[in-house]
Design a protein around this ligand. Structure first.
Ligand SMILES: C[S@@+](CC[C@H](N)C(=O)[O-])C[C@H]1O[C@@H](n2cnc3c(N)ncnc32)[C@H](O)[C@@H]1O
Length: 263
């Protein structure tokens, strides 16, 4: 998945000026002074604050440097940053217009209980994800013609530890840890196969979407999180040399043509 949206229009990528004004007015009404724009696109957030809301400071972090390199906004913090690597700044409000998945989880994992989030959803299930772990405080009508016509303001609460939170917390790390999944196979019968936790997305309706191999299954099919059987095999699967590794009833790998070979 291309999280930088290299193919979409400026309008689809960026929250419009009018909607930034609405959010900054909400911030003023609630004495919120600093905003972190997580994946800032062309940093319209910082541009609007600089021009019209001098009492608000925006921290706009964006991975695509071309989108922000020509901006000269002395009172804002506009930074080329990879949110998979860098820490987020501590701000009064964190603005999120990102898809669900490891990047979002990494941002959320750095928020403390009580943090305020402003979120926009075009498609996907960002609101469902936030509804799981945050309390809705307010909705703000948007001017943009998006799939969802409202911006939502939430108060974040850290979720209790569970298999779901463990998977989400490992999804953005460089781990080789594996999940073991139980599945009825038409040929092998009852099987257990393994998948990478790195890159995993757990949906709000309890489905797991793995990147390697690319599969979707119910959360309750997971038997355990476990150290890797063989890093070499896992690397090969990440490089698409084959698709699936079966642990039971035998060690088997499935190649990209669907053919199976004993290990
Ligand atoms: C949908 S746009 C939202 C832009 C802006 N927040 C707004 O609402 O106007 C998401 C932005 O996140 C950026 N992004 C994706 N992955 C990132 C990463 N790892 N670190 C920082 N930014 C990232 C994308 O390049 C894109 O510009």
């Amino acid at each position: 998945m291309d999280l930088t949206y290299s193919d979409i229009s400026y309008e689809a990528l960026n929250t419009p000026v009018e909607d930034w004004r609405s959010l900054f007015n909400y911030m003023r009404e609630n004495q919120l002074k600093t905003l972190f724009d997580a994946g800032a696109g062309h940093a319209l957030s910082a541009q609007v604050a600089e021009a019209e809301f001098q009492d608000i400071k925006v921290y706009a972090y964006e991975i695509v440097s071309e989108r922000i390199k020509d901006l000269d906004l002395p009172n804002q913090v506009v930074k080329c940053s990879d949110l998979f690597k860098d820490e987020i700044p501590k701000c009064d409000i964190t603005f999120i217009y990102l898809p669900t998945g490891p990047l979002l989880e990494r941002v959320l994992s750095q928020l403390t209980s009580g943090s305020v989030i402003a979120a926009i959803e075009s498609h996907g299930d960002l609101f469902d994800r936030l509804d799981e772990s945050a309390k809705l405080l307010k909705t703000i009508k948007l001017s943009a013609k998006r799939h969802h016509p409202k911006m939502k303001i939430y108060r974040w609460t850290k979720a209790k530890k569970s298999l779901k939170t463990q998977l989400r917390d490992l999804s953005f790390t460089d781990t080789y840890e594996q999940i073991h999944i139980r599945e009825e196979d038409p040929i092998l019968g009852e099987t257990i196969w393994s998948a990478d936790i790195k890159g995993v997305t757990v949906t709000s309706d309890d489905y797991v979407e793995t990147l390697t191999p690319p599969r979707r299954f119910e959360l309750n099919k997971i038997l355990k999180i476990t150290p890797p059987e063989s890093i070499e095999l896992i690397e090969k699967r990440r490089h698409e040399q084959f698709r699936k590794i079966f642990i039971k009833p035998y060690g088997i790998i499935e190649d990209k043509f669907g053919q199976r070979h004993f290990l």
